[in-house]
Design a protein around this ligand. Structure first.
Ligand code: HEC
Length: 203
């Protein structure tokens, strides 16, 4: 009986330790994090676009977490400063991602704000980046003989434009591009010291 008691209490201690390390401590660290300065909540269109991003599996190839300069050359790649917890205040669920088959997208709205480019690239990535391994997303678009008045017609490079037809963006594509355009975590998160000399900076 003594051994069973030891076993059970040992198991309870392990459970308590791992619960506090994996649940309680992380919760205490981030539960009251404020949004980063200047960060706005997503609009309804951006939130719909976020759903399309999730449903289309973009997160399997694209991360949203530029790393600090000491860890990786993400800043030099043009992906932006390292993110902090407040950058994700409106992200539920967050889309950090685990794989980078394509570039990090946390600041794609800064890097590539053009709606034409984003729509065309989603329709046919290889028309813009030869040899790209990103899949095309043709189901976000419609091919038609003639555009209607309210249609958003794509300006495609000749290699991707279907002969005798126009390609128009479905609402899902427009929402997705709104979301991509909203991805901007470029505002500084730490206030610059008022007096550089006082902070010991030598410049
Ligand atoms: C199978 C992996 C894969 C998937 C899935 C994928 N991408 Fe990509 N993506 C890439 C690769 C590789 C590149 C780099 C080549 C290029 O620009 O086409 C890229 C590039 C991009 C770029 C340009 C980035 C830059 O810095 O110029 C954007 C924007 C983008 N993807 C958005 C998306 C969106 C939105 C989705 C989901 C609808 C998606 N991707 C799904 C692999 C992927």
């Amino acid at each position: 009986m003594k051994n069973e008691l030891k076993l059970i209490s040992g198991a309870m201690v392990m459970l308590a330790l791992s619960t506090s390390a994996l649940v309680v401590i992380p919760y205490l660290q981030v539960h009251d994090v404020k949004p980063s300065p200047g960060l706005k909540p997503y609009t309804s269109a951006e939130l719909r676009g976020r759903e399309v991003y999730i449903a289309s599996g973009c997160v399997y190839c694209h991360s949203q977490q530029p790393r600090p300069k000491e860890m990786a050359p993400d800043f030099a790649r043009g992906w932006g400063r390292a993110t902090v917890a407040g950058d994700y205040a409106y992200d539920d669920p967050h889309l950090l991602g685990t794989s980078r088959t394509g570039p990090d997208l946390m600041n794609i709205g800064v890097r590539q704000p053009s709606e034409d480019w984003q729509l065309g690239h989603l329709y046919q990535p290889r028309a813009y980046v030869p040899g790209s391994t990103m899949p095309a997303f043709p189901f976000l678009f419609e091919r038609k003989a003639r555009a209607d008045k309210e249609d958003r017609v794509l300006e495609l490079p000749p290699s991707a434009a279907p002969a005798g037809q126009v390609v128009v963006a479905r609402p899902e594509a427009l929402d997705l591009v709104r979301y991509l355009q909203s991805l901007n975590r470029s505002t500084p998160v730490l206030a610059a010291p008022a007096d550089p000399a006082a902070s010991g900076a030598t410049r």
